[in-house]
Write a protein that binds this ligand. Structure first.
Ligand code: AMP
Length: 254
């Protein structure tokens, strides 16, 4: 079976950046802040490349929906080993309210055009923590989904996926075509080497818009406010274990 893989590559604020809420509480500061590929998408890209190295996958297409800068994220995926990239252009303002349902609809159109039969997305994007796009994409396509994957194997044209579930692992088998979402332990993504970064500059990147794909990306919910987490209160020092026990009793913990 010729497996054609689509991987999602969302450009998000880098995981190491300290997030700042905008003074008007409408969202978080994104200007002049380091961005990178969503970490779970790096894992999805790595898995697709490993499937290609095992001669299971034939071609890998990376897709990013968002502003111009998403092309940098796609170049990273190309440098890691993806064959081609598709940038679905969404301007910065629209991107701020681009929701999983709209992304799922955009991905579905690309999946159709590219004759994809395996979709690997991250389990969630670390900016909005929605954990919805993979599930919605599978539902829109009417394909089976295997979420939170920590192992993927193709067995007789079916996918065997080990899933991370509360307190353990679950192994399921799904028919192809299918949508898989990558969890943290699926693999350790490779770094792009300098020669591959150079080669990636010559790999094809197609540019499309939401209207080219006939998708309405207007939001389905409105964000009312974004708040910082509550400040941690200062602790108290105790002089002895007896003091500690007394304090805990006082607070009703013991
Ligand atoms: P979410 O449902 O927002 O938590 O995102 C789950 C996964 O969907 C991400 O890890 C990506 O693989 C994919 N995804 C979400 N938004 C985008 C986007 N704008 N462009 C490409 N892929 C995306």
């Amino acid at each position: 079976m010729a497996v054609r893989v689509l991987v999602g590559c969302k450009r998000v604020i880098d995981y190491a950046v300290k997030i700042r809420v905008k003074p008007d509480r409408t969202g978080v500061e994104t200007q002049n802040v380091k961005h990178s590929m969503n970490p779970f998408d790096e894992i999805a890209v790595e898995e697709a490349i490993r499937l290609k190295e095992k001669k299971v996958a034939e071609e890998i297409v990376a897709v990013s929906c968002g502003p111009e800068k998403c092309q940098e994220t796609l170049r990273t995926a190309l440098a890691m080993g993806v064959d081609r990239a598709v940038h679905v252009q969404v301007d910065q303002k629209e991107y701020e309210s681009l929701q999983p349902l709209a992304v799922a609809k955009l991905l579905c159109k690309v999946i159709e055009k590219e004759k994809i039969n395996l979709v690997i997305l991250g389990k969630q994007a670390i900016d909005d923590d929605a954990n919805q796009t993979g599930q919605m994409t599978a539902a829109l396509l009417g394909w089976p989904q295997a979420t939170f994957a920590s192992q993927i194997t193709l067995v007789d044209d079916k996918l065997e996926v080990v899933r991370e579930v509360d307190g353990g692992l679950e192994t399921i088998r799904v028919n192809m075509p299918a949508v898989v979402t990558a969890d943290l332990r699926l693999n350790e993504p490779r770094y792009a080497t300098l020669p591959n970064i150079m080669k990636a500059k010559k790999k094809p990147m197609q540019k499309l818009t939401a209207s080219d794909l006939g998708v309405d990306v207007s939001p389905h919910y409105e964000v009312l406010s974004v708040e910082d987490p509550p400040q941690r209160e200062a602790g108290t020092k105790v002089d002895s274990v007896d003091d500690l026990v007394a304090k805990l009793k006082e607070k009703g913990v013991l």
